[in-house]
Design a protein around this ligand. Sequence first.
Ligand SMILES: *[C@@H]1O[C@H](CO)[C@@H](O)[C@H](O)[C@H]1NC(C)=O
Ligand SMILES: *[C@@H]1O[C@H](CO)[C@@H](O)[C@H](O)[C@H]1NC(C)=O
Ligand SMILES: *[C@@H]1O[C@H](CO)[C@@H](O)[C@H](O)[C@H]1NC(C)=O
Length: 331
Amino acid sequence: MEKMKALGCFLLLSLLFSPFVSTFALTDAQASFIARRQLQSLPENGDLPEDFEHKVEVKHTFENNRLKRAYIALQAWKKAIYSDPQNFTGNWDGPDVCTYNGVFCAPALDDPSMTVVAGIDLNHGDIAGYLPLELGLLSDIALLHINSNRFCGIVPKSFNKLSLMHELDISNNRFVGPFPKSVLSIPDLKYLDIRFNEFEGELPSELFDKKLDALFLNNNRFSSSIPETLGNSTASIILFANNKFSGCIPSSIGKMSDLQEVIFLNNDLSGCLPPELGFLGNVSVMDISGNGFIGILPKSFSELKSLEILDIRNNQLTGLRAIFPITSLLR
Ligand SMILES: *[C@@H]1O[C@H](CO)[C@@H](O)[C@H](O)[C@H]1NC(C)=O
Ligand SMILES: *[C@@H]1O[C@H](CO)[C@@H](O)[C@H](O)[C@H]1NC(C)=O
Ligand SMILES: *[C@@H]1O[C@H](CO)[C@@H](O)[C@H](O)[C@H]1NC(C)=O
């Protein structure tokens, strides 16, 4: 019995300290080393020359040219990986890319007789490395999920070639630099998740002209004001939280008829709250806490008929009596 207990304890300890349950955080020096290697490999900041694939020598034969392009992309990616503690990409070898871990194939949208790489999911891989420009050859992917890894550097320009992409999730990595503008050229992007990285600077105003369903920008280092185009957005959920956005909430927000959830938590936003917020009849969650809003809560807030959660704490709002019609809705 005692022996069993001791064994159990040992197992628990070995699990706790096993590399397979721990995340190896990159030091800043390692992250900048990987980012430098990426920059050295990127011509013109990562644009993909048209004739690129013809210059790469490939010794295998492929069922079709798009699988060959995918092979070139995935091999380049494997080379750009510096640490893969779970051996996730261990089987990324040989011409049959559809058997690679995390790689999903499907019939091509424009030619169902052709098999192509349609998605990649490396979520929670704990992989350290960078994104090579060759990823722009994956022109059939609809989904790229690489959240919770240790990818560093920038999102290469060649991402503008991923024209079928619907879902891009690069959250919880170590990406740096300005907002990755190449994603703005992806025509049908619906879901964009770049939260928990180190992106900085301003948001491009074109971001809100995209027909997105969901936009996660939280926990980066974005600063400057939120573009006036915000109201053009079709998103039902937008998270701005934990950045350094300043200025007012654009009054155009009142046009966002699809908006259900909007989180401005912990920024440097200020000024008065635009009365147009009251037009958001479909919003169920609104969090403006931890900012510098002043003045009174607009009367129009009583029009927020779908509201279930409203957080306005840690601002300099006065006259909070106006909130009572709402709190009575929040039973
Ligand atoms: C990683 O996976 C490959 C293929 O599955 C295998 O051949 C290799 O031995 C593995 N490496 C380690 C270090 O486990
Ligand atoms: C986006 O918003 C801006 C400012 O509110 C407006 O001038 C522009 O016409 C809008 N664009 C589209 C495509 O709706
Ligand atoms: C709420 O959403 C519905 C369906 O998308 C839309 O028709 C309606 O205009 C929205 N309401 C408001 C107040 O924006």
